[in-house]
Write a protein that binds this ligand. Sequence first.
Ligand SMILES: NC(=O)c1ccc[n+]([C@@H]2O[C@H](COP(=O)([O-])OP(=O)(O)OC[C@H]3O[C@@H](n4cnc5c(N)ncnc54)[C@H](OP(=O)(O)O)[C@@H]3O)[C@@H](O)[C@H]2O)c1
Length: 307
Amino acid sequence: MIDSFADRYPATTFAVAAFVVSTIFLILFLTLCRKKSEPAHDPSISAILISGGRRGIGKATADHLLSLGYHVFVTVRKQWQYEEMEAAAKAKDGAPAPHPVLLDVSNDDHTRFAVIRVEKLLKTLDCNLIAIVNNAGINPEGDSMSEVYANGGTPKNVLADTSVATRVLQTNVVGVARVTRAFLRLIPSGGRIVNIGSYFGSIAGQAGLWHAYYECSKYALEGFSDNMRRSLRKNGIHVSLVKPGNISTDMNSFGESPAIVVARDVEHAISSKRPTSRYYPGTVKGMPVCIVCRIFEMLPAFVTDSF
Ligand SMILES: NC(=O)c1ccc[n+]([C@@H]2O[C@H](COP(=O)([O-])OP(=O)(O)OC[C@H]3O[C@@H](n4cnc5c(N)ncnc54)[C@H](OP(=O)(O)O)[C@@H]3O)[C@@H](O)[C@H]2O)c1
């Protein structure tokens, strides 16, 4: 497919190659320039709330931030998960551990008690909430696709039931709104909001119709994050969108990078005095996410549609 494209459009192929090479050099240059400096907040009096922090990227981020001395609150959606995490924290006998907050991001009834719980924790630990990491997310379409592939089949090119769309958007988009709306008033000037998007927020259609709702949710998060970033500038709050590639977690059976690569970018978005608006941790089919996203965002549709 690529060969026939190169035969038909040699000049475009050269332009794409030049674009990819110059972007790789730009990324290398920017990475080398990213020096470690003093964190923007003192971790010992700073707390971070992570939605969906029991597994995957959320857990890796919680563990990483704890290791840097921050207080970490993670949301869990079931009472038994809350009790399990509380017991694990007690067993650690004062060693750093995440504090659970019962909050299913798709459930309005949880919000009020979650805010009360966080306010109590802040008081007891004598610290400020300096960041929210909106990480909780689901991908039921991806789960179904993995199941079909595991059974040796090929997913059909059809839209999933609209009940799937409702669930996905309720968690991945409205859930971000629910958590941000509930806790924003606790975030001081200089605080951070970090939304976990995806490279699927730049690429739609590569996995067929079957994956459309997850992609819609991550595109929505692009606009939502841009709005938050520009709107909250006047309150001194920085907003970053982290767009991971294929990360090895329960959600992604095609993972290429460990979740810690995302955690390190979340750390930069929270602790740097100059956080960037977007981060691109990991790879997709071996290619840095930043390049993959830029190719799809910047090249004309007649080029990207032929991939
Ligand atoms: N893995 C990747 O390759 C990849 C790539 C790009 C972006 N992302 C994004 O990264 C984020 C984390 O994904 P992951 O790979 O770490 O997935 P994961 O391993 O499946 O973990 C998802 C986490 O979100 C929680 N969660 C789901 N629905 C929730 C709800 N309604 N309320 C509260 N918590 C909820 C889960 O809680 P339970 O334990 O209770 O289920 C779990 O802790 C998602 O936003 C995802 O879209 C992932």
